[in-house]
Write a protein that binds this ligand. Structure first.
Ligand SMILES: [Zn+2]
Length: 505
């Protein structure tokens, strides 16, 4: 296979190249000066779609960061590790976490009603005084990923020590996602002690298996649906305040307004088996290889559209002049912007559906012809594509090759795209701007979160964890030396307290 997806920058939409051609034609005809004036005018007058809102944000209550850090450390020490094989999980750890939550946050547990669904997923309800208002749903999962075998000694503080040292809480889950869970409980406990009661009902949904498929979140969604809940918004983990955004080289608060879908295509090729001493012309492995290559070499066009284009438009005023000019005149420069974004795999993933062949299976022995050969291709589906459109495109790509295609399990479709006009967006973005002193931008989350299963019980779904990280620091999530700084712990706890006091008031 010779073509790599990220190198094949294709024009972004049928309209853009036509416009580009027209523009060049005009320039050739001697209209360069007017064009330059248009570009300059649009650049100078460009305004990001910043939020202009009269919503008054609640002020920050005093947060006891020392006790929050001690609590987060205790939560990290409870090893709610999700393994791919559920039989490897130690269910007592989840029970221990539930007991610990009750003991540690008595006021919150007194104020909220708790339902347990799918055995270990927690659905708390803090009833508001005005039942006519749509509720809000906050989410944070309980489980964590395992430590990669062999990396234990690379941790500065043991991965389940929960140590508070060097200005941070250390250990697996300190960010993802016990950092959020503990911050929400600290915020609620603080608000209650200050005499706060919500007008709007608040649900807190804490999935037990987010890292391995989110059955708990699905059960929580079904429970909420049965109770006729249609929330104003859901807020879950996802994106953060990036201190070194590649476009502005400065902090930008990114709020996920959509997330990609996830699907794995299973390709099967069958031929007669037999001994390799007398191979027939047709071979299952060769047919399989040709099919994988055909699908891989028919990539999805890189598209300047959707949440990623919205992100660029929001941060343009904070970018360098050349980038600002390109974004302000994206009717002309979209192809250039696309090639800039697609320069890294992470950037490319934000503007199209990705195709990643992963596993292969053939004959069980070197001298046995394969009666059956299989390959798996993992797709991350961008908003606008669906598993159905992908299946059609793959079928077209393999044409008459003797292979069969099917999804290995029901695909997760991409989420819907949430509003950047809603009251919820205004509150979240005003708050994010206030705590970060940085521009706020909507964005596409290329990972996955439990919130995808709750989109049917809420008008909008946002993915934002109010901590500040550099791009390099993001590697510690699911990696080595995961830790949450005390500054970030204070920031995220303050964020949740102000969010609840603003949005539920
Ligand atoms: Zn997570």
């Amino acid at each position: 296979m010779t073509t790599t997806q990220t190198n094949s920058v294709k024009p972004i939409s049928p309209r853009a190249p036509a416009k580009l051609r027209t523009t060049l034609g005009l320039a050739v005809a001697g209209l360069i000066v007017p064009l330059a004036s248009v570009l300059a005018f649009r650049t100078m007058t460009y305004q990001s779609p910043d939020v202009k809102s009269d919503i008054a944000l609640a002020s920050a209550p005093a947060i006891n960061v020392e006790s929050a850090a001690r609590h987060l450390g205790e939560a990290v020490r409870i090893r709610t590790v999700s393994h791919e094989n559920a039989a490897d999980n130690d269910s007592k750890q989840w029970d221990a976490l539930h007991v610990w939550l009750k003991k540690t946050y008595p006021a919150a547990h007194n104020a909220m009603n708790l339902e347990v669904v799918a055995d270990r997923t927690l659905v708390y309800c803090w009833k508001g005084t005005d039942s006519r208002l749509a509720p809000i749903i906050l989410m944070a999962h309980q489980d964590v990923v395992p430590i990669t075998p062999g990396t234990e000694t690379e941790w500065k503080h043991a991965p389940f020590s929960g140590e508070v040292a060097d200005g941070a809480v250390w250990g697996r889950g300190s960010i993802d996602d016990k950092g959020s869970l503990i911050a929400i409980f600290e915020a609620i406990e603080t608000l209650i002690s200050g005499g706060f009661t919500p007008k709007r009902t608040i649900y807190l949904v804490s999935g037990h298996d987010e890292e391995v498929g989110g059955q708990g979140a699905r059960a929580a969604a079904a429970y909420l649906k049965r109770n006729n809940v249609l929330a104003e918004f859901v807020l879950d983990e996802g994106m953060q305040i990036i201190s070194d955004h590649p476009i502005t080289k400065a902090p930008v608060a990114l709020i996920g307004i959509a997330e990609k879908g996830f699907a794995t295509l299973e390709i099967t090729a069958k031929t007669a088996g037999g001994h390799t001493s007398m191979p027939p012309k047709e071979n299952a492995v060769v047919n399989l290889g040709n099919a994988v290559e055909a699908i891989y070499n028919d990539p999805y066009p890189l598209d300047y559209a959707g949440p990623t284009a919205d992100m660029l438009r929001a941060i343009a005023p904070h970018a360098g002049l050349a980038t600002k000019m390109a974004i302000a005149n994206d009717w002309l420069f979209a192809p250039l912007l696309v090639s800039e974004i697609a320069a890294t795999p992470a950037g490319a993933a934000m503007i199209h559906t990705t195709i990643a062949p992963t596993m292969l299976e053939g004959s069980p022995k070197e001298n046995v012809l394969p009666a059956k050969a299989k390959a798996w291709i993992n797709y991350r589906i961008a908003p606008g594509d669906t598993s159905e459109s992908i299946m059609k495109k793959s079928q077209r790509a393999v044409g008459t090759l003797p292979v069969t295609l099917r999804w290995n399990r029901t695909p997760d479709e991409p989420s819907s795209v949430s509003s950047t006009k809603s009251r919820a967006w205004q509150i979240l973005s005003l708050l994010a701007a206030d705590i970060s002193r940085a521009p706020v931008a909507p964005a596409l989350f290329i990972g996955g979160s439990d919130s995808r299963y709750l989109q049917d019980v809420a008008k909008d779904t946002y993915r934002f964890q109010a901590i500040t990280s550099s791009l390099n620091e993001l590697d510690m999530i699911h990696g080595t030396n995961e830790h949450l700084s005390l500054d970030n712990l204070k920031q995220i706890t303050t964020f949740y307290a102000r969010l609840i006091a603003t949005a539920a008031n």
